[in-house]
Design a protein around this ligand. Structure first.
Ligand SMILES: Nc1ncnc2c1ncn2[C@@H]1O[C@H](COP(=O)(O)OP(=O)(O)OP(=O)(O)O)[C@@H](O)[C@H]1O
Ligand SMILES: [Mg+2]
Length: 321
C-alpha cells in the first residue's frame, strides 16, 4: 500500500479549475515534491489531502484512509506545515507545541518528552521558552516543522517550507527534511524553487495549471529532455570536430566552440581526451536544469526572478588543461 494514493483529483472553485485530474502514488519513506509556479494548484492539492478541502471529484487515500470518508483517521496520521505562518507568536515555542500535542490527545508526559525531541531536531531547544515573536523567519519555520512532527505523523505535508527564506536558512531546513527521510517519515512538499525540488526530492511531479506535466526523479526528468551539453575550446577546432564526428559523436561547431550532446557527460569527457591530439583549452558541461525540463513540457519559462539562481547552479563542472 502506498503512503499517498491520488486518483483523478479535481477541484473547481466556480469557473476556476484549480486541480484538473491529478493522480499520484507516493511510497512510504519517499520525499516527493510538487513543483510548480504560482497558482498551479499545489496548495489546493495539499489541502485536499490534508482534509481541509473537499475534492470536486476523484479520490485520495493517505495511509490507506480515504480523505473524505475517513477524514478523522487521515488527520490523526498526518502533519502539516502551512504555506502561511500559523504559530501563535504571543506564546513560547514550548507552548505552541504543547497546544498542538493536546489537540492530538497526547498525555502530559508524552508531550513533554516529544517537545524536547522535536525542538532538539530543529535545533531550537535552547529557545524553547522564548516568545515566538522574538524568532527570526527561519526559526519560525523550523518551529512549524517541529510542530508538524509533534504527534509522530507517518506523512508530513510541507507547503512551501522555505518560501521567502534566505539561501542559507533554506539549506538548513533542507537538512531537517533529509533527517525525516532517515526516520521513515513520508514527505510531500510543494515548492516553486527548482533547486529545492532538485536537492531534496526522490521524485518530483511538475505541476502547471492544475495538471501534472511530468513526473520522475530529478535525474530522470533531466534525462527526459535529452542529456548533457559539453562545450570544448581547443587549438584546432575544425580538426577536432572531424575526429569527433568520425568517432560517432553528436558534435557541431558553434562559433569557435565544439558543442556535443552527451547522454552522460562525466563518462564521455575522458574518452574525448583520449582521442584528442589538439591542445584542449577548456571543457565545460552542464546538465539540463529542471528549468529546461519545465520549458520542455510546458513551453513556458518558469519564473523570471529565479533565473540568477538557476544560472548559478548550471555550471556544475569545469575542467581546464
Ligand atoms: N478558495 C478559493 N477560491 C477561489 N479560487 C481559489 C481558491 N483557492 C485557490 N484558488 C485558485 O486556484 C488556483 C490554484 O491555487 P493554489 O493556491 O492551489 O496554487 P499554488 O500552486 O499553491 O500557488 P502558490 O505557488 O502561489 O502558492 C489559483 O488560480 C487560485 O486563484
Ligand atoms: Mg500555494
Amino acid at each position: 500500500m502506498p503512503a499517498i494514493e491520488v486518483r483523478n483529483l479535481v477541484k473547481r472553485f466556480g469557473s476556476i479549475v484549480a486541480v484538473n485530474g491529478i493522480s499520484l502514488e507516493i511510497e512510504y519513506g519517499e520525499i516527493f515534491a510538487l513543483l510548480g509556479p504560482n497558482g498551479a494548484g499545489k496548495t489546493t492539492t495539499i489541502s485536499i489531502l490534508a482534509t481541509l478541502l473537499k475534492p470536486t471529484s476523484g479520490e485520495a487515500k493517505i495511509n490507506g484512509y480515504d480523505v473524505v470518508k475517513e477524514a478523522a483517521k487521515v488527520r490523526q496520521s498526518i502533519g502539516i506545515v502551512f504555506q502561511d505562518p500559523s504559530l501563535d507568536d504571543r506564546l513560547t515555542a514550548r507552548e505552541n507545541l504543547d497546544i498542538h500535542g493536546r489537540l492530538y490527545h497526547m498525555s502530559r508526559e508524552e508531550r513533554q518528552r516529544r517537545i524536547e525531541e522535536v525542538l532538539e531536531m530543529v535545533e531550537l531547544l535552547d529557545r524553547a521558552d522564548s516568545i515566538v515573536k522574538t524568532f527570526s523567519g527561519g526559526m519560525r519555520r523550523r518551529l512549524e516543522i517541529a510542530r508538524g512532527l509533534m504527534h509522530k505523523p507517518k506523512v508530513l505535508f510541507l507547503d512551501e517550507p522555505t518560501l521567502g527564506l534566505d539561501p542559507q536558512t533554506r539549506r538548513h531546513i533542507w537538512e531537517y527534511v533529509e533527517k525525516l527521510r532517515d526516520e521513515g517519515v513520508t514527505v510531500l512538499l510543494t515548492t516553486h524553487y527548482m533547486e529545492e525540488a532538485d536537492y531534496l526530492a526522490d521524485r518530483i511531479a511538475i505541476i502547471d495549471a492544475g495538471k501534472i506535466v511530468a513526473e520522475g526523479s530529478p535525474s530522470e526528468l533531466k534525462d527526459s529532455v535529452g542529456g548533457d551539453i559539453i562545450k570544448i575550446k581547443c587549438s584546432d577546432a575544425e580538426n577536432m570536430l572531424k575526429k569527433l564526428v568520425s568517432n560517432g559523436y553528436d558534435a557541431m561547431l558553434v562559433d569557435d566552440e565544439i558543442v556535443i550532446k552527451a547522454k552522460e557527460a562525466e563518462k564521455m569527457i575522458p574518452k574525448i581526451f583520449a582521442i584528442a591530439d589538439e591542445e584542449i583549452k577548456s571543457i565545460t558541461y552542464k546538465e539540463p536544469s529542471l528549468e529546461d525540463v519545465f520549458i520542455h513540457y510546458t513551453g513556458k519559462v518558469f519564473r523570471d526572478e529565479e533565473v540568477d539562481e538557476i544560472e548559478a547552479s548550471k555550471m556544475k563542472w569545469r575542467m581546464r588543461r
